[in-house]
Design a binder for this molecule. Structure first.
Ligand SMILES: *[C@@H]1O[C@H](CO)[C@@H](O)[C@H](O)[C@H]1NC(C)=O
Ligand SMILES: *[C@@H]1O[C@H](CO)[C@@H](O)[C@H](O)[C@H]1NC(C)=O
Ligand SMILES: *[C@@H]1O[C@H](CO)[C@@H](O)[C@H](O)[C@H]1NC(C)=O
Ligand SMILES: *[C@@H]1O[C@H](CO)[C@@H](O)[C@H](O)[C@H]1NC(C)=O
Ligand SMILES: *[C@@H]1O[C@H](CO)[C@@H](O)[C@H](O)[C@H]1NC(C)=O
Ligand SMILES: *[C@@H]1O[C@H](CO)[C@@H](O)[C@H](O)[C@H]1NC(C)=O
Length: 406
């Protein structure tokens, strides 16, 4: 499970061990020489936006991020979400959650590979013909599955697998899907060619996202990335676009997991620019909002009940259900700062993959679970996911998923 593999091993469909996981420069060069990059596009109209872009920054306390001048400038261009929460610690399970609707008990940043029968947002997007890509700064080539890649001159951390959500799922390691998981060089190429997809996840490198630096660097990078685009209304980036800037987790583990988050873009009404929204959201809201916008099926996990961002939900019929047990400044009892048990739990106990709950529908718009997911998990014991906005955490585990069993 943990570790890197030599080139030339037999390659299974799920790419358990292959040249694409090697981090040796010579192997990376060989794999890069044959790696395929594709840029599928589509034009599926959404109810509120026609393109969704999320940019993830790293490990910063809400109080610090909300004082950064560049992030404040970006906030002035859109809507500040003042009660948006990470769902656990450390980094990797938060990225996993944002595309898969759970983190499967993950409590580490290991070389994790999630079974191919676990679906992600990629499946529900493709079901409706919506194009997608990830853009990971300094990933050495499209479809690289290795643990990370350092800057070849300075040997500093650069690209890391733990911050690349889709690649962590073996469902996304087919040759076609690998070719859509690319680096930021390819973003600029796709931008220039007018070939950006309708859903994209952008992760700056370990310097740019603040992980190895500070929120000052992360804020500077993010403004430098977005400001030229914002200044160019004719850029192919703008297509009724909704941009979400967020952080994977609060830096301080012993308090609530609130993270500073901003929505901006040409899909936001002028009257909302410069406003704040204090409703409760978390990383599952990212999936729920995309599902609501394009009327997609769901994953049958925490995406079903998560609050849809209000600027979208107001127009899709998705109502907010707040959760004071998370958002109350003085009286919070749920901190979303640890994981319950699951197949990727190393600190406490392993537990089986929870099956999606195929019987639940999103509370207002009645979105149903993707039929292919229901078919794949048919006969499995129904699990704990609900259509409510209250989610479990390590201190409030679902039945059978306690971290410290009696
Ligand atoms: C980005 O990916 C492309 C396509 O695989 C590759 O040719 C290029 O060298 C990569 N660029 C960087 C900066 O790593
Ligand atoms: C990360 O990307 C920035 C440009 O966005 C670059 O200046 C920096 O050198 C990169 N970091 C590393 C470790 O390569
Ligand atoms: C989560 O936060 C609560 C409240 O501050 C604290 O008691 C608990 O120890 C924290 N959990 C972790 C894993 O830090
Ligand atoms: C995030 O961490 C900071 C610093 O400890 C703390 O002030 C803040 O309350 C934390 N959590 C929330 C819910 O904002
Ligand atoms: C916290 O709980 C106390 C006691 O139940 C209550 O009086 C107070 O209004 C609550 N404060 C907040 C901010 O919810
Ligand atoms: C999902 O895949 C794993 C690994 O191949 C297998 O053990 C498990 O039985 C599968 N689950 C279902 C519901 O098919």
């Amino acid at each position: 499970m943990n570790g890197l593999f030599l080139a030339g091993l037999a390659v299974g469909a799920a790419a358990q061990a292959n040249i694409y996981t090697s981090t040796k420069a010579v192997d990376v060069a060989a794999a890069a020489a044959t790696a395929t990059t594709t840029s599928p596009t589509s034009d599926v109209k959404g109810r509120v936006f026609d393109r969704f872009v999320t940019i993830w920054l790293e490990n910063t306390d809400y109080s610090k991020a909300s004082a950064d001048p560049n992030l404040l400038w970006l906030a002035s261009q859109g809507i500040t979400l003042t009660n948006y929460f990470g769902v656990t610690h450390p980094s990797e399970p938060n990225y996993v959650a944002a595309v898969g609707g759970d983190n499967f008990g993950m409590d580490n940043d290991n070389f994790n590979q999630i079974d191919a029968n676990v679906s992600t947002i990629v499946d529900v997007l493709e079901d409706r013909g919506i194009s997608w890509s990830t853009y990971q700064e300094d990933m050495p080539y499209s479809g690289f599955e290795g643990m990370g890649y350092v800057n070849q001159n300075t040997k500093s951390n650069d690209y890391v697998r733990k911050h690349h959500p889709t690649i962590l799922y073996n469902a996304n390691t087919t040759p076609q899907r690998l070719s859509q998981q690319k680096n930021l060089t390819m973003f600029y190429q796709d931008l220039a060619a007018g070939k950006l997809p309708q859903w994209m996840f952008i992760t700056p490198n370990m310097t740019s996202d603040g992980h190895d630096t500070s929120v000052t660097t992360a804020g500077t990078w993010t403004r430098a990335f977005l400001e030229p685009l914002l200044a160019d209304k004719k850029s192919s980036f703008w297509k009724k676009t909704l941009v979400l800037i967020t952080f994977d987790e609060n830096h301080t583990y012993t308090t609530g997991n609130r993270v500073f988050s901003i929505l901006l873009g040409d899909s936001i009404k002028n009257s909302k620019v410069g406003s704040t929204d204090a409703h409760y959201y978390n990383h599952y809201s990212e999936i729920a909002t995309v599902e609501a916008n394009w009327d997609l099926h769901t994953l049958g996990r925490w995406d079903v009940g998560a609050n849809v961002f209000k600027n979208v939900g107001d127009r899709t019929g998705d109502h907010i259900r707040d959760d004071d047990s998370v958002t109350s400044l003085l009286n919070a009892t749920r901190f979303l700062n640890s994981s319950y048990a699951g197949p990727f739990n190393t600190g406490f106990q392993k537990a089986a993959y929870p099956a999606p709950n195929t019987g639940i529908q999103s509370p207002h718009s009645l979105r149903t679970v993707l039929p292919a997911i229901a078919a794949a998990w048919q006969g499995s014991k129904a699990s704990f996911y609900t259509a409510g906005s209250v989610i479990n955490d390590g201190q409030h585990p679902p039945a059978g998923y306690a971290r410290n069993p009696a």
